[in-house]
Design a protein around this ligand. Structure first.
Ligand code: SME
Length: 160
């Protein structure tokens, strides 16, 4: 059973370091992918108050909206399109300090100013992406990339 998160203040790195074992605990013993992705978005939203945090999952030739926290979002993104589709195509984490400077950026919300997208990789294939959006410019850096990667590395895909 889930217990309330222990939300901390402190530097961004300290917050991630406090959050990681709690997310690990939430996922421990639960094999359902959607349930686990949903709790990751809830934990990230609760700790950091991100404008939008969520997953898109690869279905055929598209990314389809999965568990998220925040305003309603685009439901389908094609490979190579926007930041999410580019992260999928390149199998790389992408940090966008200013979305207006990213050619082809898909504006699900005009309030989103910067974002970070990480690919979910299972058996060498991208099976989805994690997208986090901020209302501020330069909302994300290598610290977010490092710890968000550690968080998605906790996901197991055994019930795919
Ligand atoms: N901005 C993303 C689309 C997803 S939303 O921001 C939730 C993109 O360009 O891929």
């Amino acid at each position: 059973m889930a217990e309330d998160l222990n939300i901390t203040k402190g530097s961004k790195e300290e917050q991630y370091i406090n959050l990681l074992p709690q997310i690990s605990g939430l996922l421990d013993g639960e094999t359902d992918l959607v349930a686990n992705l949903a709790n990751i978005t809830g934990a990230l939203k609760e700790q950091f108050g991100f404008f939008w945090v969520g997953f898109y999952l690869v279905k055929g030739e598209e990314l389809v909206l999965g568990p998220f926290q925040g305003p309603v979002a685009c439901t389908r993104i094609k490979k190579g399109r926007g930041v999410c589709g580019t992260s999928w195509e390149k199998a790389e984490t992408i940090i966008v300090p200013d979305v207006e400077q990213f050619p082809g950026h898909i504006a699900c919300s005009s309030l989103s100013k910067s974002e970070i997208v990480l690919p979910l990789i299972h058996l060498k294939n991208v099976v989805g992406i994690l997208d986090v959006d901020s209302e501020e410019l330069n909302g994300f850096d290598h610290v977010d990339a490092k710890y968000l990667q550690e968080i998605i590395d906790l996901v197991n895909y055994t019930n795919d």
